[in-house]
Design a protein around this ligand. Structure first.
Ligand code: KG4
Ligand code: ZN
Length: 355
């Protein structure tokens, strides 16, 4: 195996994206993705069984498309990397099964890796559009926000030392956007819809609650998040307004909800940086597409003297390239491959980087 600049194929199937990535060392060669999002739209959220079936259908065509895109042959890869958790069990199992089959058929080593740490790994990738970024420095705080997870990590080292500082105790941030969009009669996925409707709205129109921000929460939930109270509070406000026969001011409600959600995410992320003396914050996950989050993240980190890193959006949402990238980092650091006895682990802790 080429350990200096390995050619790695990464497989990501933890949620509704079938992602195949191909990297050579830290260089991105292909980031090929099929999403089953449209199939979930009428349910207002990801349906695990539907996602798993879609992975099964998409994996082979996506692997073909990725190798073509990268201009390589499958036989040329040095190793296979695959997400084995956390995520939806059935969805993960499809990717894990495919990765093992490929590794056996090709006679290549396999690296089972953590999805959350993969989001951080996305940052090491160099693309044609962005060839010369400074390497990620450690330690760094990472805020990962998507439809499936909301986690705050302390990353002392990408491949050997990741600590979970906090996570959501109920809904993920993206899930809250999706649910509130539904309450407001907007289609799935809700994040982009809320962004669209919030344009011109007053973010201070209603002060919605910031979950787990009270003094009493600070001891046990300092870096944890909660979004279900926020969602309920929006639902109640909308219901009361309608019951009173008044029109719901959509733009103001969307802007006020978005402000509450983004405010608490960034308040806790910046607090972690400040408390722990880590002047670096890395963002990842699909919610990073949020216009207000990006704006406020720049404002808050500037004010606190924190260096902010946001990988390109195509590498922030779930993808196989970040998984391949993490696999390549493990190989380059001399880590041995995983043995084939690993399975899908839907609740894999963030601190377990490789299986
Ligand atoms: O990382 P991602 O693509 O994967 C999954 O979680 O599967 O994230 C999707 C989530 C959805 O919940 C979606 O509503 C949210 O990211 N999202 C956004 C925005 N764009 C996507 N949330 C807030 N604002 C956005 N502009
Ligand atoms: Zn993710």
């Amino acid at each position: 195996m080429n350990r200096d600049n390995p050619l790695v194929l990464g497989i990501e199937t933890s949620c509704d994206e079938t992602g195949i990535g191909i990297v050579r060392g830290s260089r991105l060669l292909s980031n090929t993705i099929a999403s089953s999002m449209d199939e979930h739209a009428r349910y207002g959220g990801v349906v695990p069984e539907v996602a798993a079936r879609a992975h099964l259908e998409e994996l082979v065509p996506m692997i073909r498309a990725a190798t073509e895109d990268a201009g390589i042959r499958l036989e040329d890869v040095d190793a296979i990397a695959v997400t084995y958790g956390p995520g939806l069990s059935g969805a993960l199992m499809v990717g894990v099964g495919a990765a093992k089959a490929l590794a056996i058929a090709l006679g290549k080593p396999i690296y089972a890796v953590n999805h959350l740490v993969g989001h951080v790994g996305a940052d090491v990738l160099q693309t044609d559009a962005d060839p010369g970024t400074e390497p990620l420095e450690y330690p760094t705080i990472a805020l990962l926000v998507s439809g499936g997870h909301t986690s705050l990590l302390l990353v002392r080292d990408l491949i050997s030392d990741v600590e979970l500082l906090g996570e959501t105790i109920d809904d993920a941030a993206g899930e809250a956007f999706d649910k509130v969009a539904r309450i407001l009669g907007l289609p799935y996925p809700g994040g982009p819809q809320i962004d669209r409707v919030a344009l011109g709205g007053d973010p201070a129109y209603i002060r919605f609650p910031r979950g787990l921000s009270h003094h009493k929460d600070m001891e046990h939930h300092r870096y944890d998040f909660s979004f279900s109270g926020l969602k309920t509070s929006v639902a109640r406000w909308v219901e009361q307004t309608r019951d009173a026969g008044e029109t719901v001011p959509l733009a103001d409600v969307a802007a006020s909800f978005r402000e509450a959600a983004i405010d608490i995410l960034l308040t806790k992320a910046v607090a972690a940086c400040t408390d722990l003396g880590v002047p670096r914050l890395l963002l990842g996950g699909g919610v990073i597409a949020n216009a207000r989050l990006r704006e406020l993240a720049v404002e808050r980190t500037d004010a606190a003297g924190i260096a902010l890193r946001i990988p390109p959006l195509s590498l922030c949402t779930d993808n196989g390239a970040m998984i391949a990238a993490l696999g390549a980092q493990l190989i380059m650091a001399g880590h041995e491959p995983s043995t084939l006895d690993f399975g899908a682990d839907s609740t894999l802790p963030a601190s377990v980087i490789q299986g």
